[in-house]
Design a protein. Sequence first.
Length: 222
Amino acid sequence: MQLEDYLKAGNIAGEVRENVRKTDWIGSTLAEICDYVESEIIKRGAKCAFPVNTSMNEIAAHYTAEPNDPKTVSDTDLVKIDLGAQINGYIADTAVTVNYDPQYDQMVQTAEDALQNAMSMIKAGVKSKDVGRTIQKTIQDMGFKPIANLSGHSLDQYTIHAGKTVPNMWTIGSFSFSENEAYACEPFVTTKNALGFVRNGKIKNIFALVSRKKTKDERLTD
């Protein structure tokens, strides 16, 4: 059942992602994109694994639209749309970069190539540092730079970041991929003149439920 749930979640997430890729979002707000993606996931029989991320331009990842978010996509914007579907807690995590400005075409394609090259080599026994080396080389060969402090990760039931890191560069520390585990591989590309690192912004609008605790405050029980 675990494998079947992963496959079903993956098929749904992939179908929604490709619909997002083909849609013209110019003039749409980030909130409208989130609403569309989440409704498409639910319509197909899955649940959202996390809030849809709509990270625009210099924001590399982890921005989700707030209610009535006024930010609107123009024909010069680069938008990274990260979505996840889950079936019985088993998560498929995927993303697509939406771009309407030709100057970014090569950078977007480089991210796609890095992902494909990494995915083609991931199997049981392969070391994560070797995957990171492949991602790094693919990106640098195209004249861009990988973002070092963003990475892929292992997945577990109801857990989006399950403890293991799939790097975007060669690293000293490493683990070997194993059977019966799921991973998200997430190359991040930036310009060759950038630092290659991201910093946390001031806005924090994605939260996770860590644990449930009972309360004696009667106002909170209804």
